[in-house]
Design a protein around this ligand. Structure first.
Ligand SMILES: [Zn+2]
Length: 321
């Protein structure tokens, strides 16, 4: 306790004087841009990991970052959600699970909790879909692997639960709300974001690009884009004449692999080129999924591209400044 009280003092004497303008502005009202839903776990700190300032994140925290479906509970979650979306007009929601989540561990041994922690037991029943989805569909996995899978699937189930709220549905319908699924890894500080197209967790930088596409700054329509890199990139960027015949002989996944390896070598010089390359990557990942590339290999490629994507994103965003 002494440490916390000393901390209060330190905060008032170091942070407050250097942020006086912001704090005065915030005293007149809040305008957070993001509703951040995460676990109560002490090892995750939404502001710290996103480098967000006071007043930027509106936060809901509970054990297991659970949002009971509309009407299923009279807890604070529904009301807080409604206030965030309707009164504060927040247009982005992040549901952020995390590695080694105790609540997800609890889901694996739910019945044992009933006697010692009946309230936790009751609460975790709101994540029964997560528990059942994982235990029925992921057989032959170790407990440790199952916990990782529970964390990942739970984020998606809670996003589905969010969509049962009328206030969310209404805003989604108007295209004024975006919901993102994240997983925070305690040991590395890394965040991975859910990509709906590939049904996999990838570097969150790709979401920046999806947003920029939605804003149609470069007037890109995903559904009308050609499916593979070769057709999207200028011919000069993809000079593969001798390889073409060989490619025909390879199976389709090998073709996808070759294209991904090729993209790893590309260093786009202009924002337009970078945007094209990024689109190509999205399309190839989609093709990879369609052709049945294993989730493990897909994930490995996502990791290999993480750094590239950051560089490309910087190139693209230089257009904006
Ligand atoms: Zn947790």
């Amino acid at each position: 306790m002494k440490k916390l009280i000393r901390g209060l003092d330190e905060f008032r004497h170091t942070y407050v004087p250097t942020h006086q303008e912001l704090l005065t502005e915030l005293s007149h009202g809040q305008k957070p841009r993001v509703l951040f839903i995460t676990c109560s776990d002490s090892r995750i700190d939404p502001n710290l990991i996103t480098n967000a300032d006071v007043g930027e994140l509106f936060v809901i925290r509970n054990a297991g970052n659970i949002i009971p479906p509309y009407g299923a509970a009279n807890g604070g979650e529904g009301g807080t959600l409604e206030y965030a979306i309707h009164a504060l007009d927040i247009q982005q929601i992040i549901v952020c699970g995390h590695s080694h989540c105790g609540a997800m561990k609890g889901l694996l041994k739910l019945n044992q909790l009933q006697k010692d922690m009946p309230l936790v037991y009751d609460w975790l029943k709101h994540a029964e879909s997560t528990r059942r989805l994982v235990t029925e569909n992921y057989l032959n996995y170790s407990d440790e692997e199952l916990i990782e899978i529970l964390v990942a699937e739970n984020v998606l189930i809670q996003i589905a639960n969010l969509k049962t709220y009328p206030v969310i549905q209404a805003k989604l319908h108007r295209g004024q709300l975006h919901i993102y699924g994240w997983i925070y890894h305690i040991e590395t500080g890394e965040v991975l974001a859910y990509n709906e197209t590939n049904h996999t967790y990838v570097s969150p930088q790709t979401q920046l690009l999806e947003e920029s596409n939605e804003n149609s700054r470069l007037n890109y329509s995903r559904t009308h884009a050609p499916p593979v890199a070769c057709e999207l990139l200028p011919a000069s960027d993809l000079s593969l004449p001798e390889e073409t015949n060989q490619w025909r002989a390879l199976d389709r996944i090998a073709q996808v692999r070759s294209k991904l390896d090729f993209l790893l070598q590309i260093n786009p010089q202009s924002p337009q080129e970078a945007q094209k390359t990024m689109r190509s990557l999205c399309e190839i990942f989609e093709t990879a999924t369609q052709q049945g590339m294993s989730p493990g290999e897909l994930q490995a490629y996502h990791y290999r591209f993480a750094e590239k994507i950051q560089i490309w994103a910087k190139t693209i965003y230089s257009l904006k400044d």
